[in-house]
Design a protein around this ligand. Structure first.
Ligand code: MOS
Length: 694
């Protein structure tokens, strides 16, 4: 089934947050701090207010107050001190909002913002992540998956010392920018009853509404967020960041609806980035390749105001059957914007390191890297002993090896030349947890034979709207064309959100349940729909709580073929093949796009993406698409995603595992491993640069 919203999107009928018509709107333009740390000593708004059309200049002295104690007030996804916009003169990072201009037009707001003069008392800042930072500490839990910052089983040091074969390597990944196609944008309006209505580019409308309600001291439910269409998020729209909060503040201050749209250059310091990582992996193995010890440490950063901890070592804890293991996170608190969720948080940078180290171990052992992974396949989850609901890694590796032509591979590095090019192939495993969150849905039969289904989902361009329409039609026993699906509002009330690859399973479960209940009710009524229609609601909180405890994850195998120009060092990815075991695939078209997109992001991470941190200014040096490169269609020479037919009836009624993030995990390692096979050089610091090909 093709996308139900495809026509609307390509004809421009689909409305994104900024595009909703709103009468009497004013425009907001933020003023970012030009120091990396310190305090605002003065904001001179005179010239700004003289700009024709200027309405107001907000700063910490006149902005409406937020609840500083909001972090204690309930279930707040990603909440932290960075949300206290314009509440104090303190400057925590470069680019932080220190003032904002509000004006009748976008142009006037921009001009007025440029005319605001801010003076500072400057303090020294530190924005560079270092593994020898005195302030490093082991955080109690990671923010996303709630797992401990330190886990150990057995005696990893003893086992490493005794291991016949060992590898130890240090890997780094840079800060990375989410770069959704639609930059962050908000329309904010307060109604006469003190209710806040936002049109917002949002991955989690309901949870964001709770956060904003707490922040503004409102009842939960007093904030409505509309997110009908969202042009990508990659995690950065998963919780309210500074610009959304500024919009709500400004609308209250001027007593009018306001619009704000960030530029690319404003995004990194206002909406976040993935933490850079410095990782060390130590592997010990017998000569047969069986791992005896795995030790993985990741040094990551957060801001001073908020402990945001990316779960960089979580995959390592359950990937392979090693009797002795240790996984450690160490966190630095720097003068930076709080990092944000980003494209398989933790698993993506963590698996780059682990799967690169596995390749190094295969070289050390003189063993095929596919085989090395197969001999280390665990029978149950190595960390908690739980059975896997299903685990398709070995099947993916075998299927991928057969399709890729892996059997003919000569393992010797730097041994294949095609003209000026050195050619190599690499493999890596992929993994992502299969999350599911409680959700609720409403299904309604209309007297005219059509159906209306409502669920608090957001579609980031993934195809959620399409797949949920299919799920509903299946459960109702009707054609998808007879189902009208309504999504994208906080008031629809689903705590499940478009992140963590949990959307389809979580919302789909509730939709399936509501539609089945409606079908049963209709059957009981003899098939006739009462004149006023008939509706049923369903909630999955208890179904999820009642699930048998199992280790539920998606798996995959990533293969890459790379060419490196021996004169210039230019690196090209000729071919990527991903084979994935992710339960039932509900829609092969949208699923393929998810996985191929993820794989391309992995290529992008391997070869292009890297934020440059400037210690001098405290700012990013390349906060736009001219300086921060992402892979595009022209970088794709051949990319293919294959799904194995995996039946797993212990996941959820729709039978699928999350696929949003599975495609990216391991993809960068596959490219880096292919680069080594081509050139004989190990690329341990991403992105790989032409000077690495020596
Ligand atoms: Mo994704 S980084 O879970 O939005």
């Amino acid at each position: 089934m093709v996308r139900v919203d495809g026509l609307d999107k390509v004809t421009g009928a689909a409305r994104y947050a900024y595009e909703f018509p709103v009468s009497g709107a004013a425009y907001v333009w933020p003023v970012g701090a030009t120091v990396g740390r310190g305090r605002v000593t003065g904001v001179d708004a005179e010239a700004a207010l003289a700009v024709p059309g200027a309405l107001a200049v907000l700063d910490h002295t006149n902005a409406p107050r937020l609840r500083a104690d909001f972090a204690d007030s309930g279930q707040l996804l990603g909440a932290g001190g960075h949300m206290l916009v314009l509440q104090s003169p303190e400057v925590a990072h470069h680019g932080q909002i220190v003032a904002a201009a509000v004006a009748e037009t976008l142009e006037a707001a921009r001009e007025a913002a440029a005319a605001v003069t801010v003076t500072y008392e400057r303090e020294p800042h530190d924005v560079v992540l270092r593994e020898d930072d005195d302030g490093l500490y082991v955080p109690e839990v990671s923010t996303n998956d709630g797992t401990p910052g330190f886990v150990e089983r057995g005696d990893p040091d003893g086992a490493l010392a005794a291991a016949p074969v060992r590898v130890e390597a240090r890997y780094t990944t840079p800060a990375q920018f989410p770069s959704p196609m639609e930059p962050h944008a908000t329309i904010a309006a307060w109604d006469g009853d003190g209710r806040l209505v936002l049109h917002n580019a949002d991955q989690a409308p309901f949870l964001s509404s709770l956060t904003l309600a707490a922040l503004f001291g409102l009842d939960p439910g007093a904030v409505e967020i509309v997110s009908e269409h969202v042009g990508g998020g990659f995690g950065s729209k998963g919780s309210p960041r500074a610009a959304v909060i500024l919009a709500a503040l400004a609308a209250r201050a001027v007593g009018r609806p306001v619009k704000i749209a960030l530029t690319r250059r404003q995004m990194p310091s206002l909406t976040g980035y993935r933490t850079p990582t410095i990782q060390r992996v130590r592997l010990g193995a017998g000569r047969d390749g069986r791992l005896t010890a795995v030790d993985h440490e990741a040094v990551i950063q957060s801001s001073r105001s908020t402990e945001f901890v990316e779960q960089v070592v979580s995959s390592t804890r359950m990937m392979y059957a090693a009797p002795h293991a240790r996984a450690t996170l160490r966190l630095a608190r720097l003068d930076v914007m709080t990092p944000v969720w980003f494209r398989a948080p933790g698993h993506t940078p963590g698996m780059f390191a682990l799967e690169s180290a596995m390749d190094e171990l295969a070289s050390e052992l003189d063993m095929d890297p596919v085989e090395l992974r197969i001999v280390n396949e665990p029978e149950t989850d190595p960390e908690n002993g739980l059975p896997f609901s299903s685990r398709g890694l070995v099947a993916c590796l075998r299927e991928g090896a057969a399709r890729f032509g892996w059997a003919d591979r000569d393992p010797a590095p730097a041994a294949r030349r095609e003209g000026r090019w050195l050619v190599g192939t690499g493999v890596a495993a992929s993994h992502h947890p299969d999350y599911v969150f409680p959700s609720s849905a409403l299904a309604r039969a209309e007297a005219d034979g059509t159906y209306r289904v409502r669920v608090g989902a957001a579609d980031l361009g993934t195809g959620a709207r399409t797949v949920l329409t299919q799920v509903a039609a299946d459960a109702l026993g009707t054609a998808p064309g007879r189902v009208r699906l309504e999504i994208g509002r906080a008031s629809m009330g689903s705590p499940a959100f478009a992140g963590g690859s949990m959307g389809t399973a979580s919302w789909g479960w509730a939709v399936d349940k509501a539609c089945r209940a409606l079908t049963a009710e209709l059957a009981a009524a003899g098939g006739a729909v009462p004149e006023g229609g008939l509706e049923m609601r369903a909630d999955t909180t208890e179904d999820i709580a009642g699930r048998v405890e199992l280790s539920r994850h998606g798996f995959g195998a990533q293969f890459a073929r790379v060419r490196v120009d021996t004169d210039t060092g230019e690196i090209r990815v000729d071919r990527m093949l991903g084979v994935f075991a992710a339960g039932r695939i509900l829609n092969p078209l949208t699923a393929r796009s998810q996985l191929v997109g993820g794989m391309l992001m992995g290529q992008s991470m391997a070869l292009l993406e890297g934020a440059e941190v400037d210690q001098e200014s405290g700012d990013f040096a390349n906060p736009d698409l001219a300086g921060y490169h992402i892979a595009s269609h022209a970088d794709v020479r051949g990319i293919e995603a294959v799904f194995l037919d995996e039946r797993d009836d212990r996941l959820n009624p729709v039978g699928g595992k999350g696929i949003g993030e599975l495609g990216i995990v391991g993809a960068a390692a596959a490219v880096a491993n292919a680069f080594h096979h081509a050139t004989g050089s190990r690329a341990r610091d991403l992105p790989i640069r032409i000077e690495d090909a020596r």
